[in-house]
Design a protein around this ligand. Structure first.
Ligand SMILES: CC(=O)N[C@H]1[C@@H](OP(=O)(O)OP(=O)(O)OC[C@H]2O[C@@H](n3ccc(=O)[nH]c3=O)[C@H](O)[C@@H]2O)O[C@H](CO)[C@@H](O)[C@@H]1O
Ligand SMILES: C=C(OP(=O)(O)O)C(=O)O
Length: 427
């Protein structure tokens, strides 16, 4: 969908309070996981994002029917699986849709899904997903850009992930929940989104032990019942607004946060000299009248510094006097923000996955987001400059930030974009 650009004007202190949305990356797998139950499931804390509408289209194709029961609440019901194949036209919109493979394999014993799309900054392999299915007893074939999986009995046995993968862990869990055997996943992800998926599934009667540790034990159950669940707050959105407060040398109060999910970002901002006061579910980020220090940042799997916050942090560091080094070994090509920040006067030199950043004040420029968090880096950079920054590629921002321009205005920013009216268009 082509959308009108976001116009922002900054260069002044912002302030106030912002309620952080619930987690996109936790909500998507939980919506997919609802396919495993034939009974109604009510979910709260579902952000109204284009990714959510995309996943709802996908689960609808598979057989789920949904009703919005509140601004961020919906009921999903999948009495039966109508389609075990998810076509390219749907999957190519979003990478998270690949976990449909595990959920449909789990419920219907067979599934075919196109290779995933999503934020396209470079290769995003799914070899670990496929290896896990095969090791646990499923047959998986790859043909014409599709993966087809089937199982005759329950998945069983042990798989040791070769690296920590959030999506791979999601997929293996979803495929293993229904059955009469035991599956053990080792070197599994301990990401907050994996823990939330497990807590959701267990609330419907699944038997998954070890959430938040690297070893998960899944004892198959014959069916899941219905239920009601609230998705966790979005730690990536919270981190984005913490960084915005720092970049604009402002003081924000963030509500609806899990401060325990933000320790790596909090520690890095404190190292830079930002004051952060937290009480568990809210935090005050105060960067007024502060001389900020440059820092070095390396991304890691949770609980390390998130790759989904790397572009935003790079934008902040581009405004901080001195030399900072940012490295993203998790996604070495996640650098689409760099050329756009150059247009705003940033001094960033790239070598492999390393950015060497010499901080200096930025200026406004027309720029274009090529992916979601690069877009976030650009609105942060734009709000540090006095002139008008016009950001194209707003469809990427709509993937991850609910009612962005309205919420930026709530913090005192000049931000204007004809609202995409997503909710009205998609309900
Ligand atoms: C919708 C969603 O929740 N997306 C998040 C999820 O993506 P996603 O689940 O796709 O990311 P993974 O955790 O799987 O990827 C982590 C690393 O493992 C590698 N890898 C992954 C799978 C595989 O089969 N083989 C392999 O080599 C990847 O290239 C990457 O280097 O976690 C990423 C890492 O925190 C985040 O950036 C994404 O925002
Ligand atoms: C990159 C992201 O999402 P996806 O994995 O769906 O591309 C993200 O949320 O930052």
């Amino acid at each position: 969908m082509q959308l009108t650009p976001l116009h922002i004007q900054g260069g002044r202190e912002l302030g106030g309070e912002i309620a952080i949305q619930h987690s996109k990356n936790a909500a998507l797998p939980i919506i997919v996981a609802s396919l495993l139950s034939s009974e109604p499931v009510t979910l709260h804390g579902i952000p109204r994002l284009s990714d959510v509408y995309t996943i709802l289209e996908i689960v609808h194709h598979i057989g789920a029917r949904h009703t919005w029961t509140g601004p961020n609440s919906l009921t999903l019901h999948t009495p039966e699986i109508l389609n075990t194949e998810t076509p390219y036209a749907l999957v190519s919109k979003m990478r998270a849709s690949f976990i449909v493979l595990g959920a449909v394999l789990g419920r219907a014993k067979e599934a075919t899904v196109s290779m995933p799309g999503g934020c396209a900054w470079g290769p995003r392999p799914v070899d670990q997903h496929v290896k896990a299915f095969r090791a646990l007893g499923a047959e998986v074939s790859e043909e014409n850009g599709n993966f087809a999986a089937q199982r005759s009995g329950s998945l069983s046995g042990k798989f040791i992930f070769e690296l920590l993968t959030v999506g791979g862990t999601h997929n293996a869990i979803l495929a293993s929940v229904l059955g009469d055997s035991v599956v053990t996943l080792e070197n599994a992800s301990i990401d907050t989104d994996v823990v939330d998926l497990i807590e959701f599934l267990n609330s419907l009667g699944a038997k998954i032990e070890g959430a938040g540790t690297n070893t998960l034990t899944i004892t198959g159950v014959s069916a899941l019942h219905g239920g009601e669940y609230t998705v966790i707050p979005d730690r990536i959105e919270a981190a984005t607004f913490m960084i915005l407060a720092a970049a604009t040398r402002s003081r924000f109060k963030l509500t609806n946060v899990r401060t325990d999910h933000l320790t790596a970002v909090t520690a890095k901002l404190q190292e830079m000299g930002v004051d952060i006061l937290e009480d568990g579910s809210s935090m005050i980020v105060d960067a007024r009248n502060r001389e900020m220090k440059p820092v070095n940042v390396t991304t890691q799997s949770y609980p390390g510094f998130p790759t989904d916050v790397q572009p935003q942090m790079s934008a902040l560091l581009a405004t901080v006097t001195g030399t900072s080094v940012v490295q993203d070994p998790v996604y070495p090509d996640r650098l689409t923000h760099v050329a756009e920040l150059h247009r705003m006067g940033a001094n960033i030199t790239v070598s492999g996955y390393t950015q060497v950043i010499q901080g200096a004040p930025l200026h406004s420029a027309p720029v274009k987001a090529a992916d979601l968090r690069a877009g976030a880096a650009l609105f942060i950079a734009g709000l540090t400059t006095e002139g008008e920054t016009v950001i194209d590629g707003v469809q990427y921002l709509n993937r991850g930030y609910e009612r962005l321009s309205e919420r930026l205005r709530g913090l005192g920013a000049t931000a204007f974009q004809p609202e995409p009216a997503l909710a009205a268009a998609m309900d």
